[in-house]
Design a protein around this ligand. Structure first.
Ligand SMILES: [Zn+2]
Length: 158
């Protein structure tokens, strides 16, 4: 049993919000706007996991019209997705994700992000690859209006 899933997400950058990516607080003057903590990386990873499981997407599982998810810690939601994955008899084979952000430089946070995501998914950090790119000033990420993230996951049935 082998599954692949893909996830994508984007959020706008605003003043007065913390920037949280991959479950790690990032030093930055602005943060991502959203109903939850707007962790765009974790949202892409959750959508990839749910896609691999054939369970739709996070909007179906955690509707943003539900006040229960206002300000929600996305890592808690990731734990809920892990329970769904384990309930269907799957575990993570590997994850590969890219954050698109013009600023700040994220490389120094990758190790912490990998560890946090792996811990939450009961995987090894070596199975979770995180990277980042800019768009050289082009588009909404380049103009620092927002950030986006892409993730692919592969799962194996245990
Ligand atoms: Zn999101």
């Amino acid at each position: 049993m082998f599954r692949i899933g893909f996830g994508y997400d984007a959020h706008g950058l605003v003043e007065g919000r913390k920037l949280v990516l991959g479950g790690v607080e990032i030093r930055n003057p602005r943060g991502l706007a959203g109903h939850s903590d707007a962790d765009v990386l974790i949202h892409a990873v959750m959508d990839a996991l749910l896609g691999a499981l054939g369970l739709g997407d996070i909007g179906m599982l955690f509707p943003d019209t539900d006040p229960a998810y206002k300000g929600a810690d996305s890592m808690v939601l990731l734990g809920r997705v892990r329970e769904k994955m384990q309930g269907k008899g799957f575990k993570v084979n590997n994850i590969d994700a890219t954050v698109v952000a013009q600023k700040p430089r994220l490389a120094s946070y990758f190790t912490a992000m990998r560890e946090r995501i792996a811990e939450k998914l009961e995987a090894d950090p070596e199975q979770v690859n995180i990277k980042a790119t800019t768009t050289e000033g082009m588009g909404f990420c380049g103009k620092e209006e927002g950030m986006e993230a892409f993730a692919v996951v592969s799962l194996v049935g245990d």
